[in-house]
Write a protein that binds this ligand. Structure first.
Ligand code: ACM
Length: 632
């Protein structure tokens, strides 16, 4: 009796929560939704009815497997074009946009109408987010009130390109880890996985006609610690760190991605970032130095801090060497045959030209082709690559540096140095993917560097959420969409990779799927917090740095240090100490700029929401703040 009573109370509370929560706890926020009355409770036996379409049936099968394992239900999937009844009914309606869907949850069942198979898949993702968090649990089966709120959701994406880039070159992620990555990105309706397959630190794709690329280029000396500070490997040091995908591995990944409506874009980053290729085939550089090794994280590019950079060794392909184009023809022949995507990405970023400047072959090329500077030399190279890629039936995309010296006809631009390159390319009527570092580089700091693993500059969650792929005044028809990037030189593990990606990836998801006017920071944070519980259930790592304060160190009128602190999220209290103990909510709350007690060495802070600690304890040395304020 008591248990029936508690079940009734639980039901009542659940209904209350559904009915009262005006914000649908779904990321990305849908185009529109209306709550109905009551809820749908999963029956003991369930039929999922899908049209007779392989990909939709697979979506049904995966849902069935989840409901069997986690909810312990009997589930059968019926793929048929005959009229039949089911608990979950998937149908196609061509009047809805291809990736769009209508999700109708009523007490008698669930109906998902997609504009196409992808639309149905996205309707399922939305529905899954409406189940209790334990639907993604790692410890199944789960005893739970398996209910969904009554609601009708109408939804479709703002952009066709909703991308994530994973750098598998700097650190290698296995085939299984890439599949897991795909499973996570699709929950938030990303549909493009850009694989950064080659770089100075590794070549990760089997090219059958060029076996040394993976025999030599996929392996390097093993180093762990602070990236960039490592010692240079000796020539005879064993090259034990690395790995690569065979072409069969890629076919398996492509099939996995296709079933989840993800296009994989391969990136072969040239002519810079090519040390792994150069270590394999030294004749590809202008210097033809055969002592080069795959980089193990020792510094070889120097950034003086004024926007320029130079290389201490030649990691570039020689634009004046015909052998380079023969090499690239072989590479792109195999890449094009393997990947069905419309685009091949040829990188083109951060190419140091100092060794080209010293090359007689390059100066002869410049005379012959009437190229007036190194930008035009790179443009010559990019245009030739464009022709090779076009000859394989593909379109070329590159980072925004490919515009320097003149953009190749028909080339698409991925804008990373802010939105500027993408704006110029779109104005010149080229297709553009916006992937600006100030909003969409999720390998950068997401909190104060004092309390985060080392990286470069900063993209806080609220900044990531401001991302709008269409700059003012730009014709949206040239903006394919947006993408966030996860460079991995400092990411040795999946746990660290996930920490950098979530929750900022959620901000990107909403920027590339949801209508601009539906975005709302406060509502988003509520939905992020709901999603954090689901990450916990799924044992996916994420960062809670959005709760930590920012420190603003200033020199006051008397030349003394004055410390201001702010939080991204409203309603938090910052508690602090100068006495070396861990502050909690019984310590003073920050209300106005702080001055430092005489001789205090450290400011420790923590954030609370009411009685709940939400941020981590951060130890900020006073000396560090004095340095930031410019106080000697
Ligand atoms: C890049 O971040 N170098 C594209």
């Amino acid at each position: 009796m008591k248990s029936i009573f508690s079940a009734l109370v639980a039901c009542f509370l659940a209904v209350q929560v559904f009915a009262q929560s005006s914000v649908l706890p779904v990321i990305p926020v849908p185009v529109s939704y209306t709550y109905g009355n009551g809820q749908y409770t999963l029956p003991a036996s369930i039929t999922i009815l899908t049209p007779a379409d392989t990909l939709i049936a697979k979506t049904g099968e995966r849902l069935a497997a989840q409901l069997r394992t986690i909810a312990g239900r009997n589930v059968k999937v019926l793929a048929t074009d005959q009229r039949a009844s089911g608990d979950f009914v998937f149908v196609i309606d061509k009047r809805i946009p291809k990736e769009g869907y209508r999700l109708q949850i009523e007490p008698r069942g669930v109906r998902i109408t997609g504009g196409g198979p992808a639309g149905i898949f996205y309707g399922v993702q939305t529905m899954l987010q409406l189940f209790p968090a334990s639907i993604v649990s790692k410890t199944a089966p789960v005893a739970e009130q398996w209910m969904l709120p009554s609601v009708t959701v109408e939804d479709y994406p703002r952009f066709a390109w909703r991308g994530m880039m994973l750098d598998v070159a700097r650190h290698f992620f296995t085939k299984q880890q890439v599949k897991d990555f795909i499973d996570q990105m699709v929950q938030f309706k990303f549909n493009t996985l850009h694989l950064h397959l080659v770089d100075d630190q590794g070549w990760r794709l089997e090219i059958k006609s060029l076996p040394k690329l993976t025999e030599v280029g996929a392996w390097r000396a093993n180093r762990v610690g602070r990236w960039g500070d490592f010692t240079k490997p000796t020539p005879d040091e064993p090259k034990t760190y690395g790995g690569y995908y065979t072409q069969d591995d890629i076919r398996e990944l492509l099939a996995y991605a296709r079933e989840r409506f993800v296009t994989i874009i391969p990136e072969i980053d040239i002519p810079g970032h090519s040390l792994a290729a150069v270590a394999s085939y030294p004749e590809l550089t202008c210097t033809t130095d055969s002592t080069y090794q795959v980089n193990a994280g020792e510094r070889f590019m120097i950034w003086p801090g004024n926007g320029t950079f130079y290389g201490t060794l030649d990691n570039t392909l020689c634009p004046a060497n015909e052998k380079v184009y023969e090499f690239l023809d072989k590479v792109f022949t195999e890449v094009a045959a393997l990947f069905p995507a419309e685009y091949i990405h040829m990188g083109g970023d951060e190419c140091y030209k100092g060794f080209w400047e010293k090359s007689k072959a390059v100066s002869d090329l410049m005379k012959r082709e009437k190229l007036k500077d190194m930008h035009e030399v790179q443009s010559y190279f990019v245009k030739r690559v464009g022709k090779i890629i076009a000859s394989k039936g593909k379109k070329m995309m590159g980072w925004d540096e490919i515009m320097e010296g003149g953009l190749a006809p028909g080339a698409a631009v991925m804008s990373w140095r802010g939105m500027k390159g993408g704006t110029e390319a779109a104005t010149a009527k080229h297709q553009v993917v916006m992937s600006p570092n100030e909003f969409a580089y999720h390998d950068l700091y997401q909190g104060d560097p004092i309390a985060e693993p080392p990286t470069y500059s900063k993209v806080l969650l609220n900044k990531a959420y401001e991302f709008d792929p269409v700059p003012p005044g730009v014709d949206p028809q040239y903006i394919l969409g947006g993408q966030c990037n996860l460079w991995s030189e400092r990411l040795w593990t999946v746990r660290h990779m996930q920490y950098m990606l979530w929750p900022r990836g959620l901000a990107t998801a909403e920027s590339v799927w949801s209508p601009k006017e539906k975005k709302d920071w406060t509502g988003f944070i509520g939905r992020v917090e709901n999603q954090m519980k689901r990450f916990d259930e799924a044992e996916v790592n994420y960062s809670r740095s959005m709760y930590d304060p920012a420190f603003i160190a200033k020199k006051d009128a008397k030349g003394e240090l004055s410390i201001e602190m702010t939080t991204q999220i409203a309603g938090l209290t910052i508690h602090y100490s100068f006495d070396e103990f861990f502050p909690d909510r019984f310590y003073p709350a920050y209300t106005k700029p702080l001055s430092v007690p005489k001789d205090a060495a450290n400011l420790k802070v923590v954030t609370y929401r009411g009685k709940e600690q939400v941020g981590k304890i951060i130890n900020m040395p006073v000396a560090e703040l004095r340095k930031r304020a410019g106080i000697k």
